[in-house]
Design a binder for this molecule. Structure first.
Ligand code: GLC
Ligand code: CA
Length: 560
């Protein structure tokens, strides 16, 4: 196992529209980021990942790109971006861009050209196909879009359909066309030569589609997914990007990988073998309270969560590297989800942070997570702005859900929960904008949950995150140690130990809202270990036993 900067790093994710408005128009932007660089640095992170900053019609809030080599005017200009890049680098923060190349916007020049006719040089940049049936009025196959209805949209003028796995405004790029791959490499070069440090690669595992685009097994949603979730040329294309561009710059990469398993992840991240990505974002730990899609819910079960972690921790150890996250712009807020955002807001937010940050891997922290921002409660489905909701509604109606039930579901799982403006202070508009109207609803709890008040409180969630990240940095055992679980069948406790170069750490996390008795595993004396961190003010214990208060977390360090 090689020690690398990215293994020791922690990454902060910015979803620009809701991070901080710097010019008063109600939309977050790069001027806002400039104001907050010191704050970001103060968290103890080492890099910033920007969700898409590029020009975009915002049909999927930037994940529909109209120009890969510029900055959206809502967010600033290339000049401001360069200031952010320099400002970040001066502070020792790396900058990671979102690379969205499974699809473009339908307003991208390539797509506009491609629509002009079969003989246009850009036609083959996308999947244009004739329809089936007598008069060609049936889509080329039965695939369903992950966002809106069928995966095919008809173009009257051309008399052909184009493929869109996501929204209609997100036509899929034909990565089998070598010219498209050259474009992708050109985009990578553009940003890397400017000084950017790497990429988070959006749904990168979907870029290769099965030859002939065959019909999929009919499912209530995502029909066809077996034909692109691990396409035939994926490894080949990733290898090409790695060898032709990324390697030259020693660029950092993390690939988003829906439905990924640890066994398969090793095909892309194994060190000294096929390391075409540094790490992958899998979804298995986000699937313990739902089935396949977030909107098909089931009860959270701790043993299910632990099994996923145990699997990834053990199977990748000394071979690949884990990306650790519990929130991002596609997931609801974790404290409202696996924690308790009512009586034990602070305790559970801190426990969840400990639970994942002390594992082996690179932790990612999503804006607002560090203060324990919660889900927002909407009174009507119309208040949601995310395009993905349409598919949820379609799917849930198929299952006979009423609109009332759908609203209840969205309140729990919608991606919009993560996209409300960051709560900077108790002032007007949560200090997010000096303008009158923020672009999106602000969570009414900003008066109690905000950065300014947590800065002043040494026991706040914010200061706990700082301490935790510092603790991780200072203790290589928490970065490079192995992972051994205790009490695997407990539905209340998640307990694991890490071992590395003569040090041993014991991580104890309670998921219970009640007090739980904890017996130290054999070989651990709770009074002899050094308490590295705890989410309560004190940590009383006898050598082999202690009472864990609701959502308590402790980390002890020992000499092995
Ligand atoms: C990824 C992004 C998500 C986006 C989708 C389509 O899953 O994280 O926000 O909607 O890809 O680009
Ligand atoms: Ca703005």
């Amino acid at each position: 196992m090689v020690n690398e900067w990215y293994k020791e790093a922690a990454v902060y994710q910015i979803w620009p529209r809701s991070f901080k408005d710097g010019n008063g128009d109600g939309i977050g932007d790069l001027w806002g980021v400039l104001e907050k660089l010191d704050y970001i640095k103060s968290l103890g992170v080492d890099a910033i990942w920007f969700s898409p900053l590029y020009p975009s019609p915002q049909a999927d809030f930037g994940y529909d790109i109209a120009d890969y080599r510029d900055i959206c005017s809502d967010y600033g200009t290339l000049e401001v971006f360069k200031q952010v890049l320099d400002g970040a680098h001066e502070r020792g923060l790396k900058v990671i861009m979102d690379l969205v190349v499974n699809h473009t916007s339908d307003e991208h020049e390539w797509f506009k050209e491609s629509k002009k006719g079969d003989d246009n040089p850009y036609h083959d940049y996308y999947f244009w196909r004739k329809g089936k049936g007598k008069n060609g009025k049936k889509p080329p196959n039965n695939w369903l879009s992950l966002f809106e209805g069928k995966a095919w949209e008809y173009d009257e003028n051309l008399g052909e359909y184009y493929l869109h796995l996501f929204a209609k405004k997100q036509p899929d790029l034909n990565m089998d066309n070598p010219k498209v791959r050259e474009e992708v490499k050109g985009i990578m070069e553009f940003w890397l030569s400017m000084g950017v440090d790497g990429f988070r690669e959006d749904v990168i595992t979907f870029i290769s589609k099965a030859e002939g685009l065959p019909d999929g097994f009919p499912l209530p949603a995502a029909t066809g997914i077996e034909h692109y979730r691990k396409g035939p040329h994926l490894l080949e294309y990733l290898t090409e990007f790695q060898n032709d561009v990324l390697k030259k710059y020693d660029a950092f990469t993390v690939g988003e990988a829906p439905m990924m398993t640890p066994e398969r992840a090793l095909e892309y991240v194994e060190e000294g073998k096929n390391q075409v990505l540094n790490m992958m974002f899998h979804f298995q730990h986000m699937n313990v309270d739902c089935i396949g899609m977030n909107c098909i819910r089931r009860k959270f079960k701790l043993t299910r969560l632990k099994k996923v972690y145990n699997d990834w921790q053990k199977k990748l150890y000394r071979k690949g590297w884990n990306a650790l996250y519990i929130e991002n712009h596609d997931q609801p807020r974790i404290v409202s989800r696996y924690g308790n955002d009512k009586e034990f807001h602070d305790e559970s937010a801190k426990m969840l942070a400990t639970m994942y940050i002390c594992q082996s891997g690179t932790p990612f922290i999503y804006q607002g997570q560090e203060i324990g921002m919660t889900n927002i409660h909407m009174d009507s489905l119309d208040d949601y702005v995310d395009v993905a909701i349409q598919n949820d509604c379609r799917t849930l109606r198929k299952f006979g859900f009423s609109d009332e039930k759908i609203l209840e579901t969205e309140n729990a799982i919608s991606r919009d929960n993560a996209r409300t403006p960051v709560q900077w202070s108790a002032k007007k508009n949560a200090g997010f904008t000096d303008g009158e109207t923020p672009w999106f609803k602000i969570n009414p709890n900003y008066k109690t949950i905000n950065v300014a008040s947590q800065e002043k409180d040494k026991n706040s969630v914010l200061n706990y995150y700082r301490k935790l990240l510092k603790t991780r940095k200072e203790n290589p055992v928490l970065i490079y140690g192995d992972f051994e679980e205790h009490y695997k069948s407990s539905e209340e406790l998640f307990v694991y130990e890490r071992n590395y170069e003569g040090k041993r750490a014991l991580v104890i996390c309670s998921f219970s809202p009640k007090t739980v008795t904890f017996r130290a595993p054999a070989g651990f004396d709770l009074t002899a270990g050094k308490l590295l961190i705890c989410n309560y003010k004190d940590a009383p214990a006898k050598p082999s036993i202690c009472a864990l208060r609701p959502y308590e977390a402790r980390v002890y360090l020992y000499n092995a």
